[in-house]
Every structure is written in structure tokens, then in C-alpha cells.
Design a protein around this ligand. Sequence first.
Ligand SMILES: NC(=O)c1ccc[n+]([C@@H]2O[C@H](COP(=O)([O-])OP(=O)(O)OC[C@H]3O[C@@H](n4cnc5c(N)ncnc54)[C@H](OP(=O)(O)O)[C@@H]3O)[C@@H](O)[C@H]2O)c1
Length: 265
Amino acid sequence: MRKIAIVTGASSGIGREISIELASRSYDLVVVARRRDLLEKLKYDLEDKYKINVYSLAHDLSNIEEINRLVEDIKRLDLSINVLVNNAGAGIYGPLHELNDEDVIRIINLNYVAPVLLTKRLIPDLSKNKGCIVNIISMASYLSIPWFEIYTSTKAALSNFTEALRVELRPLGIRVIGVYPGYVKTDFHRNTIASKSALNKRDMPRGPVLDPRYIAKIVADKIDDASFNKDIIPGRIYKVAYVLNKLFSPVVKYYIKRSFEKKLV
Ligand SMILES: NC(=O)c1ccc[n+]([C@@H]2O[C@H](COP(=O)([O-])OP(=O)(O)OC[C@H]3O[C@@H](n4cnc5c(N)ncnc54)[C@H](OP(=O)(O)O)[C@@H]3O)[C@@H](O)[C@H]2O)c1
């Protein structure tokens, strides 16, 4: 029987590429995002090319009721899940007092609450199938960036959750993989919500740009490797950056503070 993977945020970027990569390895898929037309097109293309089943479920994961509705849909379709990829996410940028309350809550729900609730609801299935959870986090989870703190703190929370869960779920036979990409070429940066005064002051991400297909291939390889149960930092240069950040954290903090102060003048 084919394995079934749920991929959230499958309509574009990293999630779309992970869906394609898993389809090419004969997984059936549940693809989730808000843009129904993009999901339907993906479903049609993947079913046609790889002769698998794809269920396209359009839900807004920043809304708790819709997260629950997604779980109800999965139960209604009687799907027994092997892999959960919590990938959907978005950024928000600007001075905290300028940000719209609703936007802040939506981003926290999308980036942190949705992965937590989906994981919680799917543990029985994943345990039965000795399955795997993949959380797409970010290198930014290691950094405390002014004007970007809602995003970085949701990713820091997801990182902490992932690490603890790996230990908690090991006895149930569920693997938990955290993925920490650096700068990836997707629509993420264009889609980041920016407050009025921050609109023209956004730093464009620095560092090497990763291809989402490269991330997808590594993630799928590790999902298929039943002995792999740890984190992934894609790209050699980002692995080095991770180690440097650990070793020279005060220097990194000083640099972040200086570049923020420069932005204010
Ligand atoms: N790109 C980077 O440099 C980078 C670096 C590190 C980590 N990441 C992480 O990678 C993940 C994927 O981002 P990406 O780079 O692939 O960006 P992206 O192309 O903008 O993709 C984001 C995906 O999330 C979905 N999404 C957004 N809001 C949603 C909502 N309210 N409900 C359901 N789905 C929603 C989007 O679909 P709809 O718009 O159709 O809903 C889309 O499929 C995110 O968690 C991001 O934090 C990205």
C-alpha cells in the first residue's frame, strides 16, 4: 500500500517542491493551502504524471476552526497518515506597535499553533504507522531580529517544540525532523506583511540563495531514511553559519543591534 503524506503550504515554494518530490517517490498526498486553484492544478499534474492519489484541501491554517476542519476532512476521507510536513508559514515585519493585532495573531497561529494542533491530532495515526513529522523551521529561529520578532519567535517556539517532541514521540515510533533553511528562492519575502513605516526599510536577506528543489530532495531523502531522526540544516555554508553563531553569539547580537540602529537614522 502507498504511504500518505500531508504537506501544508503546498501551493508554492518549498511545500510545492516537497509535494512533487514525494509524489515522484510514489507517496499519495494531501496538499493544503488557501489557494484552491493552485492546489487543484498541482493535484491534476501529479496524479497524471505519477499515477498517485492527491487530495487537495483548501484551508486557512491561521484560523483554529479551519485547522480542526482540515483534521475532520482527513478523518472523513478515512486517510491513515504516514508523514506530516508542517511547512505553511509567513513573515510579518515592522515596529510591534504598528502591526495590526489580527495579523500578529494570524502569523502566530499559522507558524506555531497550526503545526502544534495538527501534530497533536495526528499522533494516533502516525504512531500506528510508525510515521514521521517534518517541521520547516528557519535559521532565523536562532536570531532575535528587531521588527521581525514575531516571525523569529514563532520559529524559535517551533524549534523548541520540535526538539522536545523528538524525545517524547520516540517511544511511539514517530520520528521528528526539524529543517532549518537559510535564504530560499520563493515568494516568502514578497509575501511578508510589512507595516507602513517598515515598507522601504526591509533588509533583503543576505547569504547564498538555496533552491527549494534542493531542500525538497534532502527532506524527502531523510523522510525515506527510517534511521534518520534529527535536524537538517541545508547547504554547507549555512551549516558553517550555524556553528559560527553558536560560537560567537555575542558578536552576532552586536551586529544585529548595530544594523537595526543604522536603520533608525
Ligand atoms: N524562503 C525562505 O527564505 C525561507 C527560509 C527559512 C524558512 N522558510 C519557511 O519555509 C516555509 C515555506 O515558505 P516558502 O519559502 O516556501 O514561502 P511561500 O512560497 O510564500 O510559501 C508559503 C506557503 O504557505 C501557504 N500559506 C500561507 N499562509 C497560509 C494560511 N493562512 N493557511 C494555509 N496556508 C498558508 C502558502 O499558500 P497560500 O498562499 O495558497 O495559502 C504557500 O503555499 C515557511 O514556513 C517559511 O517560514 C522560508
